[in-house]
Design a protein around this ligand. Structure first.
Ligand SMILES: Nc1ncnc2c1ncn2[C@@H]1O[C@H](COP(=O)(O)OP(=O)(O)O)[C@@H](O)[C@H]1O
Ligand SMILES: [Mg+2]
Length: 233
């Protein structure tokens, strides 16, 4: 049994008379502690996969498991608890609360968890020791994304799900954020899943899942994992 399992997952979106097969028979697994990159063109189904795994969307058929627990049969209340306790999210646009400081943003998320990590400690860990009292508007994009990562990590989640986490950042800032995610995976053993359309990032992952037109085209395990610093794109 793997830590994350997708089995024959289908997702159909219905808008009026039109049906869109966003996912058709998606199958893959991810092991605990892995750094996994899900790569594919725009519209391939990456976000749909992540939203289903994160309990933000439901599947049409199939099975999704995290740590032995079936996600597809959870009711609304169970899904709320699942999102709250089991998964941390990082999005392209950081989604911080603008009138709370960096520290307060992280504390806010930690408050709704069972066994949160100390907010200040996690902010230190992401390199923001000196910026804890700043409001989001006083921070650069890269710093705001670090706060968002700290907020997700403070929940001490089973999974860290990142949807195009560097999409709004410049080249070097994006690289630094990816390094933080790679280091976090290595140092804390957190299972990290990063969605990207950037093929170059596949070199930094333990496992690369390539998605095409709503299906998994291939899964590759890297035997020569590269540090982000050594990648160019
Ligand atoms: N809420 C939705 N309603 C209807 N269609 C959707 C919805 N979300 C995604 N889709 C469609 O599903 C397909 C996969 O989308 P998505 O998972 O966002 O792809 P990606 O993240 O790889 O760019 C696309 O054709 C998209 O238009
Ligand atoms: Mg997407």
């Amino acid at each position: 049994m793997s830590y994350v399992e997708f089995r024959d997952v289908k997702k159909v979106y219905k808008t009026g008379e039109v049906e869109i097969n966003a996912l058709r028979d998606v199958d893959f697994e991810i092991e605990k502690g892995e750094f996994c990159v899900i790569v594919g063109a725009s519209g391939a189904g990456k976000t749909t996969i992540l939203n289903i795994l994160g309990g933000m969307d439901t599947l049409t058929s199939g099975s999704v498991k995290l740590d032995g627990r079936e996600i597809s049969t959870l009711n609304k209340r169970q899904l709320t608890a699942y999102r709250r306790y089991d998964v941390g999210f990082v999005f392209q646009f950081y989604n911080l609360v603008q009138n709370l400081t960096a520290l307060e943003n992280v504390e806010l998320a930690a408050q709704i968890c069972k066994e949160p990590l100390d907010a200040a400690t996690v902010l230190k860990q992401v390199g923001l020791e000196d910026r804890m009292a700043n409001f989001p508007a006083q921070l650069s994009g890269g710093e705001q994304q670090r706060v968002a990562i700290a907020r997700a990590l403070a929940k001490n989640p089973k999974l860290l799900l990142c949807d195009e986490p560097t999409g709004a950042l410049d080249y070097n800032t994006g690289k630094a954020v990816l390094k933080l995610l790679q280091d976090t995976c290595r140092n804390t053993g957190t299972t990290v899943i990063v969605i990207t359309h950037n093929q170059a990032l596949t070199a930094m992952a333990d496992r690369v899942i390539t998605v095409k037109s709503g299906t998994v085209e291939k899964v590759v395990m890297n035997d020569n994992i590269r540090n982000v610093e050594d990648l160019e794109w």
